[in-house]
Each structure stands twice: as C-alpha cells, then as structure tokens.
Design a protein around this ligand. Structure first.
Ligand code: URA
Length: 410
C-alpha cells in the first residue's frame, strides 16, 4: 500500500476499496501510518465525501480495530439509542432502564460533552462513586443482572475511533458525514446490537443546524447500520430550545430522577417514549405505564448501585451539589416566550463550568440552569424566567447576559 497515492486519489474525488480502507485503518491503529497522513486523508474525506460502500467499509474497519461485545445465543434482544447531542438532553438516563424494564438488554456505551452539547458520562459522574469505566467482564455482569449498563468506551472497543476522533478534533474534520457515521456506528455496533434508534438533532443547539443537514446524516447512518445488520430507526428532533427544564450535570440527573418517578416535564417524557418505542416490542402506551409504575426507576437505582454509585444521593442531587450562588433571571417583558435559544443556554452553562473548553478540563457538576420557562408559555415582566446555579455572582451575571441574548418574548 502506498499511502500518499490513496490520499491523492481521495483528494481528487476517487473511491477507496474496502481492502484499502481496511489496510489504512489497520496501519493507523498500529502506529504505522503517521498522524499527518491520516489528517490529510480525513481532510480529503471532509471535502470529497465517501460513497455508501466506502462509509460501510470504514465503519467495519473501525469496528474490527478492537473487540466487540459478545452475548450468549439465548440472550434477550439488544437495543440502544444514539443522540447526536443537545442541551438539557438527559433522555439516555431514562431510556436505558426503561427498555431494560421492558425485557431488553441495553449495553449503552456513551460519550462525554462535546462543545456546548452535554454528555451522558459527565452527567452520571455527578453521582458520587458512580464508575463509568468498567471492564468487559463487569459490563456483562451488570447487563446479565439488570438488563442495562451505562459506560464509556473501553480501551479495547474501537481504538481506531478513539485515535481518529482525537485527530479530527484538532484538524477541523469533525463535521463530515462519513466520518461521523463511521465513528458513531462503529461504537454502537460494537455493543452487539439488534436494533438502534438514532435521535438526530437539528437547530441552534445541535451539531447540524438545518433539517436537511440532519437528514443527510440520518440517511448515511441508517444506510450504513442497516448494511451491517442492525435494524435502525431515525427520528429527527429539533434542538432550538433545551430539553426539559434543567441543563447542567447534577441538575439534569435530578430531572431524570423526576422523570423516572413519572413526574418529568412533558417534552422530556414525550421524547423518552418516542425514542424507546422505536426499538421496543411494546407500544408507547405500555412503556408510559411502565415508566409511571416506577419500573425503570427501580432498575436505574440497581444500575447506580452495581456501578459503585451512592443510590441515596439520587433524590438529593441539587442539595449535594448546591452551587454557592442561585441567581433568578427575571423576564424583561410581558408576553409569550417564543424563543429560549438552546445555543445560548449551552454557551451560558459552558461559561459556568458545566462543560469543557479542552479535553482535560474539569467539569463542575453543580452549575447550570433550572426552572426554565418553555416556549409557548406566558410570563409577566419581573417574573422568574429561569434560575442560574453558579460558583460566583460574576459568573451568574455573565451567564444571564448570554441567556438574555437568546430570548424573545412577544
Ligand atoms: N460523536 C462521536 O462519537 N463521533 C463523532 O464523529 C461525532 C460525535
């Protein structure tokens, strides 16, 4: 294999064969292909794209760069959902135990926050003691006992993706449909799934700003996952306002607990039920009944305990992580809220310390916003629009400024 020739071919818009892609990924994973050549190839793919066959070959190559979870032949159906990220989106915390309560297995490998979008692992780590890094043996033990597990990528799962993602992150090659498709699906397929639902967000707080961009990503992921034998459903969901009433790590766990107890905000519960029903054998109504009967809540508590977390913390997350400043943002006008822009809320909570600017930044679990008004609700001038949880008054004021830029009341 002459790597420069393959890079040049892709640069000129040509195609790579499955065996060439396989050899490139193997060489990159083993260190034989240097980062500068892979960066050049990623940039060529960014500009020229990949065919469906190339994307499937790249996904296969990344999947087989490491180990794949293996399950007993008689094990229940394995299902999962993947969301392309949003603000205040804590649905995974509810969906995994709900589907487990439905008799399915959910070996959920999740990620961390990226830019302004939150990450499931960061949320879970606000629960004292909770471990997101489990060995494969521990993953099996938790799943076989309760039907769901929520973990980070292990060192053995898709090492090619780990290395390539880190490179893309610093070479301007993240927003490429084939590269995103292969990155996300290689990790999901490594879970040994039968069914997958993809929650592809579009709007101000999402990776994909327009519905048509989201549709292109959804089509690519759906085609590739189906070609690899995973029955896949897609849901395109707007991310113009945050999901639920809270955004920020511990505040989102608190809201997820409310939802698991059947007392969650309507938009959050609706999204949970839509996505769960897409991969379940039960209907939306049957899933709602399970959620309201507390079946998912029981499994969630067991999962927290089995993964080392303090289950007694779950109903007092906000008190445990009380931020020193709780600042009420008052509405500047009377009328109907027509916009509470997810991007501005995301930037506000990033500024408070709920996310990272660099990969090794520390996350502050306590900060964020809660008690958000929802679009369509009415408010009088001077009434509370939302609360900001901050480390200092100055940080709260900076966050308020950001929030107010994303606000429209008519
Ligand atoms: N999340 C991933 O895991 N990979 C991507 O490429 C984008 C988001």
């Amino acid at each position: 294999m002459h790597i420069p020739t393959l890079i040049e071919r892709k640069r000129e818009g040509g195609s790579l064969s499955a065996s060439e892609i396989q050899d490139l990924i193997a060489a990159f994973t083993s260190g034989k292909m240097p980062d500068y050549q892979m960066s050049a190839l990623a940039m060529a793919i960014y500009f020229k794209g990949m065919t469906t066959e190339e994307t499937a070959a790249l996904t296969q190559a990344m999947l087989h760069s490491g180990s794949v979870l293996k399950w007993p032949a008689e094990a229940p159906l394995r299902v999962d959902k993947h969301s392309t990220g949003g603000i205040g989106d804590k649905t995974s915390l509810i969906i995994a135990p709900l589907l487990a309560a439905d008799g399915l297995w959910v070996p959920m490998i999740s990620g961390r926050g990226l830019g302004i979008t939150g990450g499931t692992l960061d949320k879970l780590e606000s629960i004292p003691g909770f471990r997101t890094q489990l060995s494969e043996a521990e993953i099996h033990q938790v799943i076989e006992s309760i039907g769901c597990v929520m973990v980070g990528q292990t060192a053995d799962i898709c090492p090619a993706d780990k290395k390539l993602y880190a490179l893309r992150d610093v070479t301007g090659t993240v927003p490429s449909v084939p590269l995103i498709t292969a990155s996300i699906l290689s990790k999901k397929i490594a879970e040994g799934l039968h069914r997958l639902v993809l929650d592809v967000k579009f709007g101000s707080g999402a990776f994909m700003k327009t519905r048509s961009e989201a549709q292109a990503l959804a089509d690519s992921m759906c085609r590739t996952a189906e070609a690899m034998g995973v029955k896949t459903q897609v849901r395109l969901n707007p991310m113009d306002e945050p999901t639920g009433l809270a955004a920020g790590n511990a505040l989102e766990v608190a809201e997820a607990v409310c939802c698991l107890q059947g007392k969650g905000p309507a938009d959050l519960e609706d999204l949970v039920l839509d996505l769960s029903a897409a991969v379940s054998l039960s209907s939306r109504e049957q899933l709602r009944a399970k959620l309201h009967a507390g079946e998912a809540w029981v499994i969630f508590q067991k999962m927290i305990t089995m993964q080392g977390g303090d289950v007694t913390a779950l109903e007092k997350m906000a008190q445990l992580h009380a931020a020193p400043v709780i600042h009420e943002v008052k509405s500047p006008a009377s009328g109907i809220l027509t916009r509470l822009d997810a991007r501005h809320i995301g930037l506000a909570i990033l500024g408070l310390g709920a996310g990272r600017a660099q990969a090794d930044d520390h996350i502050d679990p306590a900060v964020g916003v809660d008690q958000m008004l929802k679009v369509g609700q009415s408010i009088h001038a001077g009434e509370v629009l939302l609360r900001i949880h901050a480390r200092s008054q100055a940080a709260a004021e900076a966050a308020e400024k950001e929030v107010l830029q994303g606000l429209t009341i008519r």
